[in-house]
Design a protein around this ligand. Structure first.
Ligand code: XMP
Length: 517
């Protein structure tokens, strides 16, 4: 494996993704925990990430000495390059304005790092970040690549197998970066491509059996991909020791609840308890306008309903479940590197089935903890989940309730559900579904005047949203062709009673969020 030491760069996760894509297992650990992580993981190679600090600042992060002492190969990127240079006896000058941008690197000498795709004497595009700059290389290092503003764009010590770049190979703006990372992992560190989904499936099944023994596991299905994949995998490992519970809060998209129930009961033959709690949820939401209050009501009710179900299951004579299964993913697990240490602002209090453990007092089974979203999808396919299910857009725990600003009623839910289904149908017909991270409709508490046939209408406005994103943390609005928007709007207004106007949301995140509430 490879250990990635995180110095706080915004793009550290991309290093892991590129390595996983190359079939290599790796883990990210923040610099504060790098020494114990190195000891525990015993990696064959280490990568230092970039980071926002300046190595010239007092107390700025360093790599553990043990990494250097061990003799494993190192790839050090950006901030990583600077701390490596400093720790190996070089010099770094601070005070340059931090800047992130396109540059060209000229290759001066051959190196195993870019063997096979970069040639001496040629120039290649890279994504550079300037801030501090190495001014004196440590002993044993030489420059093999340079650029206009970064004389030490690539500096290496071939004897010790230390490779340092001032640019970021992990971002797509360095077109050959993935090859560079793969070269490091395969040719320099010597790892094989053995991180595959079928290998992972086997490993996890063994691990789940070992953890759970003869115990019982409860799993809350949300209707989404993560909890479904986790449940199917766990069922494969322990069969009937798993009980799945699906709380239908009545805030799902069209047919979504039925699909989950059919998928589990009929397709996989996994017993599933489905609780119809729509009346309870919608009743409690009636008249509530404040987004945070809505979120808290839904999160609280969900736990109450699930807890009541868990108690029933515990008294069925087969023993009380000790384990709770969760579809936690790797991005939720990675400890973020914090420099300020200050409290962060709550933008939205999230509700999802992952919110259960604090109240349930059960041991967790989290078979997806090591996976990125796209890997979970691949594992889902490997396990035989249908493509249409695995490829679903993310859907928030509070469901359609947070797409009804102004308050939830059954009538508004029905209107929104119909309009949303037509919108998604048009997206699928246009072949755009998989290009978009998430698309949905929002029914506004605003009525406007329209004319249909010979009559005046005074009906609601529907907003359409579609975004591209890699992780939901930042997003861009999707640049539809206007004809598409026109088509979707016409169909919605013609087919859904209660809507007479459609608008498109062109806000990115930040400053907007993806959901409206
Ligand atoms: P925002 O609206 O914060 O959303 O930009 C980012 C991503 O998170 C989803 N989302 C949620 N998911 N429970 C969830 O499981 C929630 O309470 C929740 N709120 C937002 C949102 O759909 C988007 O994918």
């Amino acid at each position: 494996s490879i250990l990635i030491i995180d110095f706080g760069s915004q793009v550290t996760q991309l290093i892991a993704r590129r390595l996983r894509e190359a079939g290599v297992y790796c883990e990210i650990h923040p610099f504060q925990n790098a020494a114990p992580a190195f000891e525990k993981l015993q990696p064959k190679g280490v990568i230092f990430s970039g980071g926002p600090a300046s190595v010239t600042d007092v107390g700025s992060p360093r790599a553990p000495q043990a990494v250097f002492d061990s003799g494993v190969p190192i790839l050090a990127i950006c901030y990583g390059q600077q701390t490596l240079a400093l720790q190996q006896g070089g010099e770094v000058e601070g005070g340059h304005a931090a800047e992130f941008g396109r540059a060209e690197v000229e290759i001066l000498e051959a190196s195993p790092l870019f063997e096979g795709f970069w040639e001496v004497g040629s120039r290649y595009p890279v994504w550079m970040s300037h801030g501090d700059r190495v001014t004196q290389l440590p002993p044993g290092f030489k420059v093999v690549g340079t650029s206009e503003n970064a004389p030490f764009a690539i500096a290496v010590n071939e004897d010790r197998r230390y490779y340092t770049t001032m640019f970021h190979p992990e971002v797509v703006h360095t077109p050959d970066g993935a090859k560079l990372l793969s070269n490091f992992a395969h040719n320099i560190v010597g790892l094989k491509s053995d991180w595959t989904m079928s290998a992972y499936r086997e490993q996890m099944i063994e691990k789940i059996r070992k953890q759970v023994g003869k115990g019982r596991v409860l799993c809350a299905l949300s209707g989404g991909v993560d909890s479904a994949v986790a449940a199917v995998l766990i069922h494969e490992a322990i069969g009937d020791q798993l009980t799945c519970v699906f709380v239908d809060h009545g805030l799902m998209r069209q047919n979504e609840g039925d699909q989950v129930v059919t998928l589990f009961r009929e397709h996989f033959n996994i017993p599933l308890i489905s609780v119809d709690a729509a009346d309870l949820f919608i009743g409690k939401l009636e008249g509530v306008k404040d987004p945070e209050t809505k979120r808290k009501i839904i999160g609280g009710l969900f736990i109450d309903v699930f807890d009541a179900e868990a108690k029933k299951i515990a008294s069925d004579g087969k023993g009380a479940p000790e384990f709770l299964a969760q579809g936690t993913l790797y991005p939720d697990v990675i400890e973020s590197v914090s420099f300020s240490g200050g409290p962060s602002v709550t933008i939205k209090s999230h509700h999802n089935v992952g919110g259960l453990p604090a109240r349930m007092n059960m041991k967790l089974v989290e078979p997806l903890r090591e996976l990125f979203k796209d890997e979970v999808r691949a594992l889902g396919r490997e396990l035989g989940l249908p493509d249409s299910f695995v490829g679903r857009h993310p859907f928030p725990g509070p469901g359609l309730a947070i797409r009804l600003p102004g308050g939830v009623t059954r009538e508004k839910l029905d209107i929104l559900r119909k309009a949303d289904a037509i919108y998604l149908d048009e997206i699928r017909k246009a072949g755009l579904y998989d290009t978009i991270w998430q698309a949905f409709a929002v029914l506004l508490p605003v009525q406007t005047v329209g004319v249909m046939g010979d009559g005046r209408t005074y009906d609601s406005v529907l907003a359409l949203r579609a975004v591209t994103s890699v992780d939901g943390m930042t997003a861009d609005f999707f640049p539809y062709d206007m004809n598409f928007l026109g088509r979707a709007a016409t169909r919605i207004i013609n087919e859904v009673k209660g809507i007479n106007r459609v608008v498109y949301d062109v806000t990115s995140k930040p400053p907007g969020t993806i959901e409206w509430e």
